[in-house]
Design a protein around this ligand. Sequence first.
Ligand code: ATP
Ligand code: MG
Ligand code: MG
Ligand code: MG
Length: 562
Amino acid sequence: MRQSKFFMPTLKEAPADAVAESHKLMLRGGYIRQVTAGVYAYLPLGYRVLRKAENIMEEEMSKIDVPEMSMPHFLPASLWEESGRLKKYGPEMFRLKDRHGRESLLGPTHEETFTEIVAKNLKSYKQMPIALYQIQTKFRDENRPRFGLLRGREFIMLDAYSFAATADQLDQQFEDERRAFANVFKRCGVQVRQVIADSGTMGGKNSTEFQAPADIGEDTIATNESGSYSANVEMAESVDTFKQAPEDPKEVAKVATPGQKTIADLVKFMKVPATRIVKSVLYIVDDKQTVLVLIRGDKKINEIKLTHLLDADSVREANDKELKEITGAEKGGVGPVKADWADKIIADNTVKGLYNFVVGANETGYQLKNVNLNRDFTVDDFGDIRVANEGEPDPVDHQPLKFTTSIEVGHIFKLGTYYTQTIGSKFLDKNGKAQPVIMGSYGIGVTRMLSAIVEQHLTKFGVAWPKEVAPFSVHIVQMKMNKEEQTKLAEQLEKKFSAKYDVLYDDRKERAGVKFADADLVGAPIRITVGKKAGDGIVEVKRPTDAKATEIPVDKLDNFVN
Ligand code: ATP
Ligand code: MG
Ligand code: MG
Ligand code: MG
């Protein structure tokens, strides 16, 4: 590719509103341009990287026998009504109406569509396990689109969906996808950590995120010394998803089922962001030494949303003043619950559920197990849950934890039968019994990953693209276009390397300074400069991470280009 014909509008300075280094680099290098907030055009340079990353994904999906397909972006709201996510998804969903007034939406993700189009065609256990994927544009009206491709409102995702007849099959599919995703990130040159996420933050294993450590990352992950424990400290989604507590006491009581309930389960059940919940927590111990954690709404006690239980040693913090009001306890957040306080609550209709729950909770076995404040999580000054403080032991192997900011580049999830049950898709199992298909979903933020790669491969003046995703593998830079011997050699090299590599040949009539500055932004794994000594068959080579270029005879070039 001749650079004189290549469209690569570089900038000396990134626009002042670009904060993330990857965003600055992609704007300066002419990889992308913003069209509107969180919506970008992929210019030729950016598009080349994107296509290479997508090719890698296609190869890795093929290796695990997962075929590619493509779903529409434009979806009927009715399908999301069936799954119950139409309301739940909140303002992040782009909604539209057609001329007949029918509600539609632009797909933010495709669980419903795959359930409808694929799962419903699976009639027998013999057709499973099977999985499919697509690489496609997604739409999410993010509250704060920012950092270039890191958080867009229109972005590209690889999303795969698996369909199984048994839980074992799902486990196997999950492991296959995990392996394929790990290969994708490795080949794309993104260093990732697999972390316990969302439902799993306290040790569950249904959801794993692929997190790429980077300063700009919006997530924080906690990892222990040996790497045997790694978790996202984020516990819930945006405040936009806030919902009222269920009014039916029976619904509330469901949370207090015996066993391994975690804060995250609770958050899921309530559809309330953890931050919102934990901001106003009260810890009380009743006379049976059961610790009752009241999770309140905003201000008043009658806005209590939910209660749940922790064991006694979980109590570390409390709002002394409010506790005193309720329990009469002077300090420390621990004291018997006063009878009149319970009456006060019961008197208020909105918290009937709470009363039932309190009663239920005193029964044996109705405790949250293995979740301890300060051991497994803490609450920071902003009310956010953290799995622990830095330096504190992790809950599994009890090694000191370290916190790192990072970028969520992928997320794999065992969905189970939620979508097939709500949308209604059954198959006949071995015994001829109708069962809901068991699903998994697996996503990579393709365009977000490009930013993550840049974040992890910045150089002093530009970027050093990992080999497999570099927009060009070899960059030939000719110093003076009016020197015949330079043109001759440069064209010769262009021909030679083009047979095997993607070559960009800078044939522009530009100053050397301009050419080198642009080459730093292209970030090809090897730059070959054809200059003064072209006549003697000598060129300069430089990798993006080299401090200086090295002179070598052209017949030694093969040692550098690979
Ligand atoms: P986040 O927590 O960053 O909002 P998410 O958990 O909402 O992401 P998922 O629903 O898990 O995202 O989607 C799968 C993948 O899609 C994510 O792991 C991420 O890499 C990517 N992704 C999600 N939202 C965006 C976005 N707004 N812009 C670019 N990529 C995104
Ligand atoms: Mg999100
Ligand atoms: Mg997330
Ligand atoms: Mg996610």
